[in-house]
Write a protein that binds this ligand. Structure first.
Ligand code: MSP
Length: 513
């Protein structure tokens, strides 16, 4: 069985500070990457920055900076965000790196060789902010300004010589691919949008610009800069040392298992990207998953709307696991979701402090007080103890299936419920009542609940890696022990070892409104 897994985030425009929407795409991808590692997969998790094009050049000009210098600085804030968010990315790609130039050149040459590129003149609407071309029926006028109906960004009329990609010739092939590969685009609602769009007919795509210079030149005509989306999408191959297709990285990880993206960039990933790849005679990624938007005041967060929630501020005030957990719990993956400080606080208190945090803390302090700080060995488990332990193990295939279908909400619901049940078990079985009259029973309860804490912590580790690491260290498990295999096994805890100290995991937040 192929045990490699390649997952990517969108590469972000370093045009301004990273915001919650960027953090969201990255956290989602990180959760899947971490889970596949738990399953024993060799994972390649890629993120990075998309640094070419008119949008970046304009922003650099505005800041009176050389575009490369400008990108160096802002790209660094995205790189540092990967640390703040505790992303487990294996690579961080920048489209200004030489490895990426090589790979974009090769893609261009392959498209030329296949006869899918021709020179003509483009005249139409272009949004610099979206780096996207729009048809007449995709724009509207608001307050005397022409804007894109979908993104609301302003568009300008562009007329210039341009190379075109024969996208129109790929309609049939794309539709066939969507049909044959049911899960190529998820969620289903997004797939339907794409299919409808392609069914309407595809126009050839302008893939070079001449009115600015910040980008990768067309190999045979340096007056032209390669369209930033053709450039950017290729990053997924550049990180695998493409064009060297004999390279181990390419051989092990292409085609990608899943590109995690926001729904606003679905067309680029589910229409243009597969068409480019078919033309270049390369395999297509297995899946494109388009998540919804994080809304603030019910609007998409964006620099131009000025409603940006800064992830770094939230992390400073509440903690990284708290933010990761909240975003995943609150927003149904695939749909838009509003976030608010009030709900964040409630979520921290109810789910993290009162449920999982409380479970760990009260069990460990009980063991400390009553069992010399050592988890008792397994003995004489009752039927209900066995049932509780078995319940998680029996549900593993379901949990794996949820993750493989990007059904994070069902996953988290089930795991939180395990934690809720474990708390209830601890209350109802009253180990304190058995300390004198039946210490063996007390030990069986403590064994059972410790198993549950271990297994719940492993399952929560992709979502709240910092806190679960602390809990697992308390029971003397290190990173290498954190695996799905070790949920299946009993007795992996070393019962002779003393528990380490565990500080408060999640501070309760006072609700001031
Ligand atoms: N550079 C392109 C992607 C190229 S991928 C080959 C781009 N960059 S971006 O910085 O504008 O956005 C990157 C991702 O962040 C997109 O997937 C976008 O959907 C996501 N988000 C930006 N704002 C968002 C929200 N408010 N909510 C959720 N995600 C959104 O597009």
């Amino acid at each position: 069985m192929n045990k490699n897994f390649y997952i990517t985030t969108p590469i972000y425009y370093p045009s301004g500070k990273p915001h919650m929407g960027h953090a969201y795409s990255s956290i989602i991808a990180d959760i899947f990457a971490r889970f596949k590692r738990l399953e024993g997969y060799e994972v390649l998790f890629l993120t990075g920055t998309d640094e070419h094009g008119q949008k970046i050049q304009k922003e650099a000009d505005k800041n009176k900076k050389d575009p490369k210098k400008f990108c160096d600085e802002i790209s660094e804030t995205f790189r540092s965000l990967t640390k703040t968010l505790h992303l487990s990315n294996d690579d961080f790609i920048r489209t200004t790196e030489p490895r990426h130039f090589k790979s974009v050149n090769e893609i261009w040459n392959r498209l030329t060789k296949s006869g899918d590129i021709y020179l003509d003149k483009y005249s139409g609407w272009y949004s610099v902010s979206d780096e996207a071309y729009y048809d007449k029926d995709e724009i509207e006028e608001k307050n005397g300004k022409k804007i894109s109906k979908t993104s609301g960004s302003s568009v300008e009329w562009v007329e210039e010589e341009s190379y075109f990609f024969k996208l129109s010739a790929f309609q049939k092939k794309l539709l066939e691919h969507y049909k044959k590969n049911e899960d190529f685009i998820l969620p289903k609602s997004r797939k339907n949008e794409v299919v409808k769009f392609v069914e309407k007919g595809l126009k050839d795509l302008s893939i070079s610009r001449t009115s600015f210079s910040w980008g990768i030149p067309v190999p045979e005509n340096k007056n032209h800069i390669i369209y930033v989306w053709l450039d950017a999408l290729t990053n997924y191959l550049s990180a695998l040392n493409f064009p060297n297709i004999a390279d181990d990285k390419y051989k092990s990880f292409w085609p990608a298992d899943v590109h995690i993206i926001g729904k606003d960039i679905l067309r680029f990933h589910a229409v243009y990207w597969p068409a480019f790849l078919i033309a270049a005679n390369l395999p297509l990624p297995k899946r494109v998953f388009g998540h919804g938007w994080i809304l603030s005041d019910d609007k998409k967060m964006s620099k131009s709307l000025g409603n940006i929630l800064d992830p770094i501020e939230v992390i400073k005030d509440y903690g990284i696991d708290q933010l990761r957990y909240y975003l995943i719990k609150e927003v149904s993956l695939g749909n838009d979701g509003s976030i608010s400080m009030k709900n964040l606080k409630n979520c921290i208190n109810n789910d993290l402090a009162n449920n999982y945090g409380n479970l760990c803390q009260r069990v460990f302090s009980f063991i400390k007080k009553n069992c010399n700080n050592k988890i008792p060995k397994k003995s004489n488990l009752s039927e209900s103890d066995i049932k509780l332990i078995q319940n998680i193990k029996n549900n593993l295939p379901k949990l794996i299936d949820y993750i493989n279908n990007q059904n994070l909400n069902e996953y988290i619901k089930m795991v939180v419920n395990f934690s809720f049940e474990a708390n209830k078990y601890f209350n109802d079985s009253e180990p304190w009542a058995f300390k004198k009259k039946d210490p063996e029973r007390m030990n069986a309860i403590l064994y059972t609940i410790s198993e549950q804490i271990k297994n719940i912590s492993i399952l929560l580790s992709p979502i709240i890696p910092v806190s679960t690491k602390k809990v697992l260290e308390t029971i003397n498990l290190s990173d290498k022990d954190i695996s799905i295999e070790n949920i299946k096994k009993n007795d992996i805890l070393d019962y002779n070892l003393e528990l380490k100290n565990l500080d408060i995991l999640f501070k309760k937040i006072e609700n001031d409104n």
